[in-house]
Each structure stands twice: as C-alpha cells, then as structure tokens.
Design a protein around this ligand. Structure first.
Ligand code: 5RP
Length: 291
C-alpha cells in the first residue's frame, strides 16, 4: 500500500533541459523498433517535430454532434491541412477514401455513450488497425475515476503489450470527469501514469503550469482542445501549450465547430508548426476566411 500520508509533489523537473542522449527526433523513442518509429515519424512533422491531429471521434460517445453531421462533407476537406486524421474505425473506413494521403489514427476503445455510464470500454484488435494502415491506436484513461480507473489502465496496458511489438504506437487520452480537478497536478499525474504504462503519446488538456506536465512525461504530449472557444482563445491555448513543450494538438471542436474550419485548421498549424503567435494565427485565420 502506498504511503498516502506522505506523497510529496515533484518540484525538480529540469524545465528547459532537453531529454538526455536523444538521437531520434521524437521524445522517448530512441530505443523503439523501426516500424514503430516509422509510424511516429509519419505523424510528427520532421521539421517542426510537431503534429496537428484532427480529432473527430466524438460521435462514438454522442452521435452526430455539431460539425460532425457529415464526415464526408465537414471533415474530409480538412485532411490536406492536418498531419493526422483521428477517428473511429467505422467512420474512417466508411467516409475516408483509401486515396486519402493524410495518415490516420484510430480510436481503439469503445463501449458506452453519454446516455449511460461512460468509459466501460473494450479494445479494438491490433490486427484490424494494422489492416487499416493506422499509424496509431488511441484509447482513453479515466485516472481518478473510482468506477473505471482500473479497467481503463488495464486497457492501456493490454493494448501496449499487443500493439508495440507489432510496430503500432498507442496514444493514451486523459479523460476529464465531471468531479475531477483540471489542474497541472492532476494532468501531470495522469500523463505520467499513461507513460509509465507504456503510452507512446499522451493526449491531455492544457492547464497553468503545463511545463511540469510535459517535463514529467518522457514521451510526446499533445493537447485536446476541449469545448469550443472563440478562435483567438483557441489559438492562445495552442500557443501556450507549445511554449510549455507540448508537441502539438489532437483537436476537435475548436477546429470543426469553427466558423471556418479549414481556415482554423491552417491557423492552428501555423501556431503548432511555424511558431506563429496567437495574434499572427488570427491574422492567418482572417486572411484565409476572407478567401
Ligand atoms: C474524446 C476525445 C476527443 O478526441 C478529444 O476530446 C478531442 O476533441 P476536443 O478537442 O473536441 O476536446 O478524446 O474522448
């Protein structure tokens, strides 16, 4: 049993000091196999080291929510502007043409929807993801949730064991529950638990003090966008996360629910890859929107 009365918060994260002895450009992956590194390199831009992943997996929880009514009409046109298309297997197969050149990441756990108790999820087979030519499998972790913490950690652990030896990376997604704290301490713990259990990429949410979340996590961290924000705020969120060491976004609503999703995808890419400030990102958004 852990000594719960003497848990000391870490405070020596070596912020700003790069990981030691790293030759491959993706954090924590020097010692992985060729196939897994190749898949990672297909998702993370070689020049910036970063990635804009477009998340459109929301339908498996909530059906055809705003911006996702028609994946073929709303989401497919955004493919040229992002590095990864991240969705559920049924939507990827039925609506993305096989000629699509943008790599795919597949949401690999499913089970329950917003109509019942969420997170009671089962896993997709790795062979199916390999057959789809997915570059990554993504599953959710409910850290701190009394009902589903154990089963979701087991899902991650099991999937890493099955996927990594076949060259398939796994992204661990930090879930945020209604009653859970949304601060860097919580996200830092959840991100670290995901990495400790073998996640190759951690997706979490931005919070003040995010540099500690990133520094304490030995693999790449990307952020989800969360609820739709006004475009300047969403770009600021991306900018702050990148400044803190995140290597990109796996963003949904703040792109596909934007008044101009294609312009927003390109503005986000400007911040993530080209170092644009939020104001410069907004300028890009407005220029593209006018066209
Ligand atoms: C849900 C997810 C979503 O992909 C994630 O929330 C990203 O979307 P958004 O930017 O809209 O929050 O993982 O489990």
């Amino acid at each position: 049993m852990a000594d719960l009365d003497d848990i000391r918060d870490g405070n020596d994260f070596g912020i700003g000091i790069p990981p030691a002895n790293q030759s491959f450009y993706i954090k924590g992956h020097d010692h992985m196999g060729w196939g897994l590194k190749n898949r990672m390199a297909n998702m993370f831009n070689k020049k910036s080291g970063n990635s804009v992943m477009l998340a459109f997996d929301h339908g498996f929880l909530m059906g055809p929510t705003s911006g996702l009514e028609r994946i073929d009409l709303n989401i497919l046109p955004l493919a040229p502007y992002v590095d990864v298309m991240m969705g559920c297997k049924g939507m990827l197969r039925s609506t993305l043409p096989p000629e699509c050149e943008t790599p795919i990441a597949v949401r690999a756990d499913a089970g329950t929807t917003i109509l019942t108790e969420m997170n009671n999820n089962v896993l997709m087979d790795v062979n199916e993801a390999l057959a789809m030519n997915a570059q990554c499998m993504a599953i959710m972790l409910a850290i701190g949730c009394p009902s589903y913490e154990a089963s979701t950690v087991r899902n991650l652990y099991t999937l890493v064991d099955k996927a990594n030896p076949l060259g398939m990376p796994v992204m661990g997604i930090t879930a945020v529950g209604k009653d859970m704290a949304r601060d860097a301490r919580y996200f830092g713990m959840a991100a670290r638990v995901a990495a400790e259990n073998g996640a190759n990429i951690v997706k979490t949410y931005y919070a003040e003090g995010f540099e500690k979340v990133v520094a304490g996590c030995p693999v790449p961290v990307v952020i989800a966008g969360g609820k739709k924000l006004p475009e300047p705020n969403a770009l600021e969120l991306c900018y702050k996360a990148i400044q803190c060491g995140a290597v990109g976004v796996d963003m949904g609503r703040n792109i596909f629910q934007s008044e101009d999703p294609a312009a927003m995808a390109q503005a986000v890419a400007g911040v993530v890859h080209d170092g644009l400030t939020p104001a410069e990102g907004m300028e890009k958004f407005n220029d593209l929107k006018r066209k």
